[in-house]
Design a protein around this ligand. Structure first.
Ligand SMILES: [Zn+2]
Length: 69
């Protein structure tokens, strides 16, 4: 099962949840019990400033960025 990061909008803490690909379960923050959890996408799949092959990374990603010059 893949691991997803969720950001709690209530306390701004990130928690990891195991989740099936077709799961639509809502998660609850283990820190504050809040239910406003937003899934965080991996920095690799989505560069923070959206770098791509045609728009090389300007330091937006970590050193492992495949688009870095
Ligand atoms: Zn929370």
């Amino acid at each position: 099962m893949p691991l997803f990061e969720y950001l709690c909008e209530t306390c701004n803490k990130v928690s990891d949840f195991l989740e099936k690909a077709d799961s639509r379960d809502k998660h609850t923050c283990p820190h504050c019990g809040g239910s406003k959890m937003t899934k965080r996408l991996s920095g690799f799949a989505v560069g923070r400033s959206g770098c791509s092959d045609s728009r090389p990374c300007g330091g937006c990603c970590n050193s492992g960025c495949p688009h870095a010059e």
